[in-house]
Ligand binder design. Sequence first.
Ligand SMILES: *Cc1c(COP(=O)(O)O)cnc(C)c1O
Length: 320
Amino acid sequence: MWNQILHRRGQWSERPHSHPSHLERTWQTSIEGDEVIVPANTYIATILTITANRLTPVLVEPDIATYNLSPSLMRQAITSRTKVVMPVHLYGRLAEMPEITAIAKEHDLLILEDAAQAHGASLQGRKAGNWGHAAGFSFYPGKNLGALGDAGAVTTNDEELAKTIRALGNYGSHKKYENLYQGVNSRLDEMQAAFLRVKLRYLDEEIKARRTVARAYLEGIKNPLVKLPAWEVEEQHVFHLFVVRCERRDALQEYLWERGVQTLIHYPVPPHKQGAYGEWNNQQYKISEKIHYKVLSLPIGSFLDQYLVKNLITCIKEFK
Ligand SMILES: *Cc1c(COP(=O)(O)O)cnc(C)c1O
């Protein structure tokens, strides 16, 4: 249903029908152990989708300047078993999709985007969810476009794949009481779809408000101890999160807390250090670890007024 709404708006269908034969082939021959390239510094949900399908995640370090998958390191990670690359548009910044797409084409890889944080981000006129063969969106309440409970959607321009995905989310059934696949129940609740249908109208406004706050932070926060996020192309970033980096991150968080500003950390523990992936706990991903241990998310959203933004800028300027 959600897909249909989006398609009717024509917002996600700029891209012509992508290679169905290639897709089918790769889908059908996908076997246990096939490798999926994924940034090491994502939220664990990205990686869980890979291991849940008994595929092998190949963690690749991000570019420290963008926090997104590094195209050159992605290239180095490709082996004869690599089938998929899964870029994550982390914090709302669209990944370096032109480069990633070129490399994926060269190596005949599928591109599956994790667009959970990037509704509406775009580059070269193409939006998140419209670069890959398919993309996953989250409408978890805290996202830029959030439902009033859990919800999500997949976008694709491939009609056959869309049918398969709809079936997979409905116990593997295309047709009532006929089950072609061992699917799951992940249907979008109708009430949530109704809420989202209304909230979608306000997404552009929400993004605009977030960019206004981001601009104020970027212009106002001048403190050599606080590294601000990169933002070169206006449309590329929707600022789901405004993430700064600081060597004394915990001290900065404490300092802001004492001044009435709540901040969060996205994310405190990298996936390879989680108990769920004990077999990776001894591996080192230095850039990812640096990010996880040094980042802090400042408040951002349409709820912030000018006064709060100014106050926060003054606070951070005075942090020593
Ligand atoms: C929120 C999020 C997810 C998971 O979305 P759910 O709707 O909770 O399944 C996946 N990846 C990233 C990067 C996220 O931020």
